[in-house]
Design a protein around this ligand. Structure first.
Ligand code: 13P
Length: 234
């Protein structure tokens, strides 16, 4: 059974998020979809959504506090209001655009692990490491495991090569297979692939050994497209 996740990033409003979730939920019920689907709306659109048991709403980010003085951040008090127990940690946009370092990412991971959250933990190499070869790529990813408990039973790992995110250029099938095989030796957690996954490549990607699902940005933001992607994986 595959895991399909949609990361809205900085897209959708409260209103369109609610419509989107309702649409996906109805489709899953009508079509008897039993795969696990995760949706990560922007934090302003989080709410107490009533969804079928296989559809989960998560947070794209949260600071490692319950509440306090952290301007611009949210804490678990804001997630608890909506019963949210799923979080994305280590996404490359937070690492490279927002400047989160491995020490802070590990601190965040351990905070949410202690609270029993389902954590989708993202790793992946920038273009420079990709071009330098496999050992450089694996070494880079290994550093992203610093302070991270790969035996945590709430863990889902996501391999998202930075150069493939939002570029329309997905990682090659053989390269995904190689990296996922290496990652599967390090953890028994499900391993998702992310980076320019679309309707026209999802079938191929999802059938690669050691690929347990996909974490999708751009191609998941239109509900009809995301419905098709879920259908292809079912
Ligand atoms: P794209 O699907 O737009 O490449 O984004 C992938 C991603 O970053 C999901 O977290």
């Amino acid at each position: 059974m595959k895991i399909i996740a949609s990361n809205f990033k900085t897209n959708h409003t409260r209103a369109t998020t609610a419509q989107f979730i309702h649409r996906i939920d109805k489709f899953m019920i009508d079509d008897n979809i039993t795969q696990t689907v995760y949706l990560f709306p922007p934090s302003t659109a989080l709410d107490s959504f009533e969804t079928n048991q296989n559809l989960h709403i998560g947070a794209q980010n949260c600071h490692w506090v319950k509440s306090g003085s952290y301007t611009g951040e949210i804490g678990t008090q804001q997630l608890d209001e909506f019963g949210i127990k799923t979080i994305l940690i280590g996404h490359s946009e937070r690492r490279h655009t927002m400047g989160e370092n491995q020490k802070d990412i590990a601190k965040k991971f351990n905070y949410f692990k202690a609270l029993g959250y389902r954590i989708i933990y993202c790793v992946g190499e920038p273009l420079e490491q990709k071009q330098a070869g496999l050992s450089s790529t694996l070494g880079y990813i290994q550093e992203q495991f610093g302070g991270i408990d790969l035996t945590y039973d709430g863990l889902i790992l996501a391999y998202e090569p930075v150069w493939a995110i939002g570029t329309g250029i997905s990682c090659g099938i053989d390269d995904i297979a190689t990296i996922h095989k290496k990652l599967a030796k390090k953890t028994t957690a499900p391993i998702l692939y992310g980076g320019s996954v679309k309707q026209d490549n999802i079938k191929e990607i999802i059938n690669i050994p050691n690929v347990d699902g996909a974490l999708i940005g751009t191609a998941s933001w239109v509900a009809d497209d995301f419905v098709n992607i879920i259908k292809f994986c079912n």
